[in-house]
Design a protein around this ligand. Structure first.
Ligand code: ADP
Length: 228
């Protein structure tokens, strides 16, 4: 798998629980190649968020290595990790986490401005992404004026604003009714397929999971293929 964009190798992660340690991941291996969409399906508390946070360099493993674009990232400084996260990784969460005082368009511009993009260019890209995700007509609205599905579309546009190579999503449709969830997933899937992004998407929705290229789960601290 020389072409993997994301590799987790022999990852260990445990949390302290009183006097004990709660082991979440142990010898966990996983890799993701460009253009691949992988579903992560596991019960609550199994460690899905932990895995996504590790893959997104938001947390550090106790042991093992996280390799992004061929570069070992586990032991980089906080600044170096932040730079990689900003340029290479997009996140979508169950709740949109849009900034309430800014419009949809501004929410998609902000991550671009942080990387030094000129405002005029950031605005053009924000509008293109919002159009692509079919919320262009809501660009000047604030998050509270948008429906749940629209908020998630904007959150997806924001996640890919800096053209990351990896998209990590934690229950991105978990807060939506099934019909809206289907439409939002359609938009997310089209974007991933069109852009060649690599996506790891935690979901409880087995219908959506089946539409992805692979489904994995967590068992005994390892990432293994999910058996239907
Ligand atoms: P999931 O996303 O599959 O629901 P999580 O990765 O959120 O699972 O959590 C896995 C387990 O690790 C849970 O038992 C949770 O309580 C525990 N956990 C997660 N984060 C922490 C933390 N920062 N400190 C202590 N325990 C944690």
């Amino acid at each position: 798998m020389g072409s993997a964009i994301l590799e987790l190798k022999q990852i260990e992660r445990s949390y302290r629980q009183g006097a004990d340690r709660l082991t979440i991941l142990q010898d966990a291996d996983f890799s993701l190649t460009p253009g691949e969409m992988v579903a992560l399906v596991a019960p609550s508390g199994a460690g899905k968020s932990t895995l996504l946070h590790l893959a997104g360099l938001l947390e550090s493993p106790d042991a093992g290595e996280i390799i992004i674009g061929g570069k070992a990232c586990g032991r980089l400084s906080d600044d170096a990790r932040t730079a990689i996260r900003r340029n290479e990784i997009g996140f979508v969460y169950q709740f949109h986490h849009l900034l309430p005082e800014f419009t949809a368009e501004e929410n998609v511009m902000i991550p671009q401005l942080v990387t030094g993009m000129a405002p005029a260019e950031a605005k053009i890209r924000a509008l293109q992404l919002l159009d692509y995700l079919r919320v262009g007509h809501r660009a000047s609205h604030r998050p509270t004026e948008l429906s749940g599905g629209e908020q998630q579309r904007v959150a997806i546009a924001r996640a890919v604003a800096n053209a990351p190579r990896i998209l990590l999503a934690d229950e991105p449709t978990g807060n939506l009714d099934p019909v809206t969830a289907g439409y939002v997933f359609d938009a997310l899937e089209a974007l991933v397929r069109q852009s060649g992004l690599a996506a790891l998407i935690a979901t409880h929705n087995h219908d959506l999971a089946r539409r992805m290229d692979r489904v994995v789960t967590l068992e005994g601290g390892k990432v293994i293929p999910f058996k239907h």
